[in-house]
Ligand binder design. Structure first.
Ligand code: ZN
Length: 195
């Protein structure tokens, strides 16, 4: 006797497709994929009377969105790993999160589109981002220290140090606990320039 993998419905005359879905669930899946292709970030299901669902064209549109999301995610990760500008870093982090959540949404609709689980990877998102955040702050600090080193007067050095300290305060609320630790060591060292 056939049983639907999604809703659990079973019966002598129930047909399931190659994914193990009953006709209702198969229809829902296509509608959800169509909605995803139209807007991967909202995930609003477009329900209502079923117009013709062309699986091939829906899957191709979903695949385009999928590729685009992965590209933005990869770009963002690269930028997060290389920038020494906190504003760039934190805005890219939010973009990366948004793209990641779109993949998690797509995985819920159709797990068979993934060889490794985005939801699982997303559970490490904060830890991984926190690691590259600490490195970003290390680069930013290095840049400031070398700039301070090139300045002639004590006054100019103190000004540059206090400007950087002010910027640290500005980003305080966005910092991960990991980054807070790294940055507090930087604060100590920069205070030496203020007298
Ligand atoms: Zn079903």
């Amino acid at each position: 006797m056939a049983k639907c993998k999604q809703c659990g419905k079973s019966g002598l005359f129930l047909r399931v497709d190659k994914r193990g879905l009953c006709p209702d669930c198969a229809d829902q899946r296509l509608k959800a994929l169509r909605a995803f292709a139209a807007n991967p970030y909202e995930g609003v299901l477009v329900l209502g009377k079923s117009t013709k669902l062309n699986e091939v064209s829906i899957l191709s549109a979903v695949s385009d969105q999928h590729k685009n999301i992965v590209r933005i995610l990869t770009d963002s990760a690269k930028i997060m790993e290389n920038t020494k500008d906190p504003s760039t870093f934190y805005s890219r982090k939010e973009i990366a999160r948004r793209e990641f959540l779109a993949l998690v949404r797509l995985e819920k609709i159709d797990p068979s589109l993934f060889s490794s689980s985005p939801a699982e990877s997303y559970s490490n998102f904060e830890a991984v981002a926190g690691d590259s955040e600490s490195k970003m702050w290390a680069r930013a600090f290095e840049g400031t220290v070398s700039k301070i080193g090139s300045l002639k007067t004590d006054r100019a050095k103190a000004n540059a140090a206090s400007k950087y300290l002010e910027m640290l305060d500005q980003y305080d609320s966005k910092m991960s606990p990991q980054a807070v630790k790294v940055v507090s060591a930087h604060r100590e060292m920069l205070r030496a320039y203020l007298s």
